[in-house]
Design a protein around this ligand. Structure first.
Ligand code: 6R9
Length: 629
């Protein structure tokens, strides 16, 4: 199949795409459009001219083939014992009600809708409702601060923001609606007023009476949505019409609005889900729902296959570190997809939390978000999977839409820590600094030759940045931003980001975003942020901070700086360490040498390398001396 996918991409993908419902077939003459990424302007198109609807394919199509009474979603609440389930029929009804409501308030094809919801059923419901009417959803992770949410609202100008009043995670309740209120005030000040904030009352976390309210703008979901009809006509959209935007971090301060379109994304997420997890119709699938994963492998990929999905609202260590395996036994989960950071944190708690549960339903395990270190891989394999479940270590990105390098369970021998081989249609290459492809055993920069159906099509409102960031660094290829090595057997080993992006517990954070949050503090003159190895989170944020002249260092100021970052970006981006820096190592042209800062942060002081090109080499000594303060 791999060979066919490379030799004849049009034939390979059109055969698969034909299994879906198309209102209008694509034009076979042009359907692969432009797979070519060797010459600009980059314009990737798949199944051009075809019209379809991803919500129809995920729900109606499965119902028509007799799966209406099958469970589509199980929801497990934060508190053990709180749960809800929805069949495909019920899910479709809920999606249609919301879709009808959105139409009623004037949302049309192509309009943006921002969704700021925690892991409730309403999150996939809201995405599918938008897709049904051709609206473009933009989900903002509910760990983002008001300022980050505002920035995203200002960029995509939604007609509606959908949120919940609060969420419980572990023992804490987080008042989401307050965050949205602040974001909406902010966006209005910047000339982007949002007229409607549809708020789901999550009464297990907070009663409606306690929620701050702005009459005229805020509407309770439960008061309006259930009044609408449970059937809603589908809006047929072109294959290349936008499906969603998802903002991700790059190496500058401004987040990038990654835009995915409909047809190719649909075919690709469904196919990757099916093969990389060896999906069978009897499977029960459970996933951790970070960011893009919540789109491709909680909502679209699984539902397009007619799968049963378990989503979990809470924290994996609540009430204790056995919660994940409790869920596995409760729902007889067969495929469990999670992140290395979670595996490492549970590993530290000891095996008893795992072995207390049977886990005998498990069949396939999956990992995503960052490189999985071999010791965590072995623990996941031996302890969680009882040495009998293959691990799909799936390498992919928000930009790629779906899995790019991944094992196919059972198809070839695994190596702990390697994502193994490319998925169908994907041609990874490793290039050196000059952009030359390197063959055989090697390491370098990971690029992809030619396009694949799930690829993103642009950065919203900034096609030039799309080309410069991804297609200019190594001419003729898509550049992933990751380092990679290939061993003598051809296996791929991802080595982490090579750009200014830090991966904290699988969350992508740009160093520039954290730096600009720090320097917004009136007493901070300059900041330089690097990633350091972290036992549980994979990487932690380490910030070098220069204060305004005359301001003394203090513990209070350190705390204040950290809380500035929490407030501006979100708690997940809080620096692990603030390192006072009277000066930063700069070249004569004023460029901060992060290479040196990385070495100081990780205490690899004998590997500082050449520091003679610095404008003032003595700052290095100073920084080392202050390192333990
Ligand atoms: C899906 C997702 C993308 C970055 C990517 C890489 C890292 C993701 C990985 C992995 C090694 C894996 N990454 N999966 N590294 N092995 N299996 O995480 O998307 O949030 O856009 O992050 O995550 O560094 O470039 P996104």
């Amino acid at each position: 199949m791999y060979k066919k996918s490379i030799d004849d991409p049009a034939g390979f993908w059109s055969e698969i795409a034909s299994e879906f419902y198309w209102k209008e077939k694509w034009d076979p003459e042009v359907y692969t459009g432009n797979l070519d990424v060797t010459t600009g302007p980059i314009k990737i198109e798949w199944f051009k001219g075809g019209s379809t609807n991803i919500c129809y394919n995920a729900l109606d199509r499965n119902i028509e083939t007799g799966n209406g009474d099958k469970i589509a979603l199980y929801w497990e609440g934060n508190e053990p014992g709180s749960d809800v389930k929805l069949t495909y029929n019920e899910l479709l009804e809920k999606v249609c009600q919301l879709a009808n409501y959105l139409k009623h308030v004037g949302v049309k094809k192509g309009d943006a809708v921002v969704i700021y919801l925690p892991m409730l059923m309403e999150l996939p419901i809201a995405m599918l409702a938008c897709a049904r009417i051709g609206a473009v959803h933009s989900v903002v992770f509910a760990g983002f601060s008001a300022e980050s949410l505002a920035q995203r609202i200002i960029d995509c100008k939604p007609k509606v923001v959908i949120t919940a009043n609060a969420v419980r995670r572990g023992a804490k309740a987080i008042h989401l609606k307050d965050i949205v209120d602040n974001a909406l005030t902010e966006s209005e000040k910047s000339g982007v007023p949002v007229g409607l904030c549809l708020t789901y009352e999550n009464h297990l976390a907070m009663e409606r009476g306690a929620t701050k309210w702005q009459d005229g703008r805020d509407i309770w979901w439960q008061d309006v949505v259930p009044e609408f009809p449970t059937k809603c006509e589908v809006e047929w959209v072109d294959s290349e019409d936008p499906l969603f935007l998802l903002y991700t971090s790059g190496s500058t301060g401004k987040p990038k609005g990654v835009l995915h379109t409909t047809g190719g994304y649909m075919v690709y997420t469904a196919t990757t889900f099916k093969y990389a997890f060896d999906y069978k119709s009897s499977d029960i699938y459970c996933a951790d729902c970070g960011w893009i994963t919540g789109h491709s492998y909680v909502t679209y990929g699984p539902l397009l296959n007619g799968a049963t999905v378990v989503i979990f609202e809470g924290a994996p260590n609540y009430p204790d570190a056995g919660r994940s395996w409790d869920i596995v036994d409760k729902y007889k989960v067969t495929i469990f997809y999670t992140a290395p950071t979670l595996i490492r944190s549970l590993m530290r708690e000891g095996n008893e939390y795992v072995t207390r549960y049977s886990r005998k339903s498990l069949r396939v395990l999956g990992s995503v978000g960052e490189p999985i270190n071999p010791s965590a891989w072995r623990w996941f394999y031996n302890v969680v999977g009882n040495s009998r479940c293959p691990i799909s270590d799936t390498w992919w990105q928000t930009e790629t839409g779906g899995f790019m390098i991944t094992p196919l369970p059972g198809a070839w021998p695994q190596k702990p820590g390697s994502a193994t081989f490319p998925f169908f249609g994907v041609q990874p290459v490793i290039v050196d600094e000059k952009g030359n492809e390197i063959e055989g055993e090697c390491s370098g920069y990971l690029c992809i030759k030619r396009s694949w159906p799930g690829a993103f099509r642009t950065l919203y409102g900034d096609h030039e940045r799309y080309e410069t960031t991804y297609f200019k660094p190594f001419s003729g290829y898509y550049f992933s931003g990751d380092g990679c090595s290939r061993d003598k057997d051809g296996y791929h080993w991802l080595t982490g980001r090579v750009d200014d992006v830090i991966n904290v517990s699988g969350h992508r954070i740009g160093t520039a975003e954290v730096e600009s949050a720090l320097v917004s503090h009136p007493q901070c003159a300059e900041a330089a942020v690097v990633g350091v190895e972290h036992e549980v989170k994979g990487q932690g944020i380490y910030a070098f901070v220069t204060l305004v002249d005359g301001v003394p260092y203090s513990e209070e100021l350190r705390k204040d700086l950290i809380s500035t970052v929490r407030k501006q970006i979100g708690a997940f981006a809080a620096p692990e360490k603030i390192h006072w820096a009277p000066g930063l190592p700069k070249t004569r042209s004023g460029k901060i040498m992060r290479r040196i800062l990385r070495k100081i942060a990780s205490r690899q002081l004998d590997e500082l390398g050449d520091i003679s090109t610095l404008a003032d080499p003595s700052v290095v000594e100073q920084l080392i001396a202050l390192g333990d303060s």
